[in-house]
Write a protein that binds this ligand. Sequence first.
Ligand code: MG
Ligand code: ZN
Length: 219
Amino acid sequence: MNVITVERKILEKNDEIASKNRRAFSEHGIFTVNIVSSPGAGKTSILEQTIERLKGRVSLAVIEGDVQTDLDARRVAKYGVPAVQIVTRGGCHLEAGLVHEALQNIDLSTIQLLVIENVGNLVCPANYDLGEAVKVVVASTTEGDDKPLKYPAMFRNASVLIINKIDLLPYLKADLSTLRKNALSINPSLAVFETSCTTGAGIDEWCEWLVERTGRKDT
Ligand code: MG
Ligand code: ZN
């Protein structure tokens, strides 16, 4: 037996559980997004602003994936939404089985939207289906404009790109149009949003996209 065979078996098992999760989401009419990025791109900050804007419009729950600590789940829970923390203890990605366990702590009949914040990592989360409707990749301007070319699998498998921290552009070498062009060269069908959690720019547009998809059962 070689390593490739083992890896494939792990992924097959993962996909099986991901299908179960997907079935549960569809039975309850829940739109599920899997947010991925490198560490520090601003996933949790975007999530906080998103929850604030969706309050009273969409009922949602959050699953937070982190290598260590429940700091992010605590940040999110402050906004009064159900938040479940998965601590991977060194694991660099979420797997469908972990999400399946986390779901036991969420009343699926009461929510329309589930947001899963993945562990900060642009490599393996691309290969692990969690049962989500879409992957949302967050790329921060501080990471430069070549991320899509370096991690093409993630950008190819995502449906949405959020370019975050655009308020910092004046201080950076990264070029917004180059970043956008690089991403679209990998995946022309990406929906792209340009955001800043400091100024609030672009967050409304992203939230409108999310609200529009939520409750739609054909996604
Ligand atoms: Mg976070
Ligand atoms: Zn990993």
